[in-house]
Design a protein around this ligand. Structure first.
Ligand code: FEO
Length: 171
């Protein structure tokens, strides 16, 4: 069994990951509307990854005998006034998610809950990747997205992103 506080934190994080998927689909909606289908595609893949994160946490709870409960997912309600705005918001969101994962890890460490710490190791590493991807994308946009040719090329590049399910999902 898991400690109730840790189980609750992970259950809440399931909701946060599903919100992340929702947020990134909202970005995709914006970019699709702006005619930037490559950016939209990139965020559709990102949303799939976020759903995977939620499912990994859900499975961990279920495997440990926890009854998982779902709460309403918050509405993504931001208006984006520029093509760079969602990218900036994406980086800030990933930094926020890192802080949430770190808080769960700290609680697990406080309680010497080694199995949860080991489970969360994957997410700690993943957040390094998530922040780097968001930061790289923002930097590229600032460097190349300022003129129509650069934006076109970047849109083409982002259209080639391929979805790869997390290896941990097949465990
Ligand atoms: Fe689930 Fe983007 O971190």
């Amino acid at each position: 069994m898991l400690d109730k506080k840790i189980a609750d934190l992970i259950n809440t994080q399931v909701n946060k990951e599903l919100y992340s998927a929702y947020l990134y689909l909202d970005f995709a909606n914006y970019y699709e509307d702006e005619g930037l289908d490559g950016f939209a595609h990139w965020y559709e893949i990102q949303a799939q990854e976020e759903r995977d994160h939620a499912m990994m946490m859900r499975k961990y709870l279920l495997d440990n005998g926890v009854r998982v409960t779902f709460e309403a997912i918050e509405k993504p309600d931001k208006e984006y006034k520029c093509h760079t705005c969602p990218l900036q918001a994406g980086l800030e969101h990933e930094q926020y998610v890192t802080s949430l994962i770190t808080a769960i890890y700290k609680e697990a460490a406080n309680q010497s809950d080694y199995k949860t710490m080991q489970f969360l190791d994957w997410f700690i590493k993943e957040q390094v990747e998530e922040e780097k991807n968001a930061d790289d994308l923002l930097k590229k946009m600032k460097l190349f997205g300022g003129d129509s040719k650069g934006l076109y090329m970047l849109n083409q590049e982002l259209a080639s992103r391929v979805y790869t399910p997390a290896a941990a999902l097949s465990d």
